[in-house]
Design a protein around this ligand. Structure first.
Ligand code: CA
Length: 226
């Protein structure tokens, strides 16, 4: 059974989330504070974390950052729960390494769809084969998920890795934002394309000199080429 950790200080919402997760066949773990959430994540190694942004003491963004800075927990997907109007914090959340966000109030159906999409993506990654893709200075090892630029390994989140792999596999072709959302994020619907832009920006930064290979095609999307 896949474990999903809910880090949420509103007890009613946390219980509602846990109830719906268990109804969907997941094992739900609940933590009421960021510190507790971090401890539970390290101990239980959940497949996914639903992380509230506004938490007492340690904020959701700080929890996310701490998860990403630990070798053990850095690959656990994080779905951030934000309130309407948290625009700036949401961007900060992406910078801290959240994979996706959902704005409160959300429907349980939408949340479950997002969760399924994220878990499908991460399990596809696990079953990916042992290929190695080289494009310019960038080398992607599909078995170990290690990415290096000019021989130096770089740290990517699961979403950044999937995005890079997808662009590299389709190098030279323009990929529309909607297509990236569908294939990289796995949505069955047209989501928020700003999600794509934020992740591309982060990916470019992490690629350093090789970041220029990810080109913006104004009005369409992105393409990767030497
Ligand atoms: Ca809260």
């Amino acid at each position: 059974m896949k474990k999903v950790l809910v880090v949420e200080d509103e007890r009613d919402l946390a219980e509602l989330l846990a109830y719906n997760l268990e109804k969907e066949g997941y094992q739900a773990l609940v933590a009421g504070t960021g510190v507790e959430g971090l401890e539970t994540a390290r101990r239980e190694m959940p497949e996914l974390i639903l992380l509230d942004l506004m938490l007492p003491g340690m904020m959701g963004t700080e929890v996310c950052s701490a998860l990403r800075h630990s070798e053990k927990t850095k690959a656990i997907p994080v779905l951030m729960l934000t309130a309407r109007g948290d625009e700036i914090d949401r961007v900060v959340g992406f910078e801290m390494g959240a994979d996706d966000y959902i704005v409160k109030p959300f429907s349980m159906r939408e949340l479950i769809l997002r969760i399924r999409a994220i878990l499908r993506r991460s399990s596809q990654e696990l079953t990916n084969n042992e290929r190695q893709i080289n494009i310019g200075q960038v080398s992607i090892d599909c078995g170990s998920h290690k990415v290096s630029v000019s021989g130096v390994e770089i740290d990517l989140t699961s979403t950044e890795y999937k995005l890079l792999l997808y662009l590299a596999e389709h190098s030279g072709r323009v990929m529309k934002r909607e297509l990236l959302l569908q294939d990289v994020w796995g949505y069955n619907f047209v989501g928020d394309t700003r999600t794509v832009d934020t992740h591309v920006t982060r990916l470019r930064n992490k690629l350093g000199d090789a970041g220029d290979m990810v080109k913006t095609v104004r009005g369409f999307g992105y393409k990767m080429e030497e």
